[in-house]
Design a protein. Sequence first.
Length: 538
Amino acid sequence: MTNTIPRVRFAPSPTGLLHVGNARTALYNWLFAHRHGGLFLLRIEDTDLERSEVRYETQLIEDLHWLGLNWDGGPGAEYEPDTGDHGPYRQSERLHIYAEHTERLLAEGKAYRCFCTPEELEAERKHAAATHGSQVYSGRCRNLAQEEIDLNLAAGKQFAVRLRIPDHPLRFNDIVRGPVEFAAETVSDPVLVRSASGASGGVPVYNYVVTIDDALMGITHVIRGDDHISNTPKQVAIYEAFGWPVPQFAHLSTILGPDRERLSKRHGATSISVFRQMGYLPEAMANYLALLGWGAEDGKTETFTLEELVPLFSLERVTASPAIFDFDKLNWLNRHYIKLADPDRIAKLAERQFILQKPGIFPLWSSNELYTAETIALLASLDPPIHLDIPSQEEIAQRKAWLAQLLALFLPKVDYLAQLPVKAAFIFGIDPDAAHADPENSAILSTDSARAVLSELAGRVRAHTGKVTADDFKTWINEIKSATGANGKDLYHPIRIALTGSHSGPEFDKIIPLIEEGAAMGIAIPTVHDRIEQFVGV
RNA sequence: GUCCCCGUCGUCUAGCCCGGCCUAGGACACCGCCCUUUCACGGCGAUAACACGGGUUCAAAUCCCGUCGGGGACGCCA
């Protein structure tokens, strides 16, 4: 065989949202292809007609693109250099191909018809579990006489097609784990094609089609999850039956939750689209996934872009042991990339979180610029005219500047963007009763000094007219300091509680303008005056 | 139960293939200190691991065997 370029594929089934484990598999395939100048294909494994849904395929493609991955063939590919030779890329569209191959195996005696009913097989399995434990198919239909087969067929008996597993050990090379060998006796004759009854009747089975597809698509390296290891000997037998070369395999270890069980929804977010909605950045996600089961050669570098990853990546360096998904480390990377990211991009994403969590604060219009002056004028000139209540460019700019101020204060406090409205909640008002009731707060507020500080503050706030500036506030604090003798925490804590509901938070210099300017531009925020009045009134 | 895979700090990992440079390196988290009215950010620092038992060898995290522990597969699911 001549030197062909490596060809890899990611072959998900569209039966649910893209799980982080599969996303990592996709990423490693992508990295491998790019590292070696190979081709990366996306193939949709939709042979389970009952569970496959188109919307999952659409979502899958979107999630993969979001992560920064692209592919050279398959649905959503940017270009398809070899659709003619290797497509289509949905298994449901390849059924005729599989049928031809089945005929061939049957004719050559490498596969046989199995007339066992599901009930019979179930009983066999139960019996095996109770007695010897090895749940290998008995091979009852393996060597039926031709007359018997004809008789069954004539009687209209349903049959599945099974592969005859050869009697030598089945071996393959795993780049991550080294050579692996299965004794023939431990491998069941796998069903290749389902029997005719049922919704998926007559449809070939995953293990079979995956092998045919991989072979026909010229896949040289099969990179997938390690839950497929025990399928591999069956697939090797299929390659052999057809006389095809067996590709290299690389089985990636499972991703576990903190309790060492397979990562699942009860551990928290597991779907790429959920992380995305929570406000994780794709570069953080990709970087984290790359690190889960792989490490750079220097043993030190941990932050990379996809482009930086490409020349460093190699399957030989992929870890064989299972990895526990560490949300803390993901968060660290996300914070890291939030700091590096273009502020406008973060602002847009942040705004979306506010729109979803605090409707009315950032009306939808501020996040898009769809309405140009021309559009507005055109609509107004119609008969009857349509008037859009659109704020001016200045107003929009104002709000953006205000958001930028807010982000400067709260971005350093969040792990992901959905936390923003929560961390900044006090800006939009506090519950004075709850603030008083908090045990830590009430301890601070119960001193005479605190009472004096707040009454001094209330007096000054009442006497003041117009916007309170950061300088005003600073002056007041100094005055209160000399009037009451309070200093340090005794001085600042009560004031901070009155203003924000908590004794800790960003500096007054930053909070005061944010509150006052926000209120002035029409955002529903209680002013400093209202806050203090309300708080001391309780 | 049978088969397969895996086992270095709490977590992700470097080192393992090609024994000595490993009194085992980095990162996240945790803890402490500094900065700071406070919180966060940032800076500095500390604690912390070769699953266990046998070999082989002058020398083992590294090679061999066994034990234990964890995970996966055993479907006419993918």
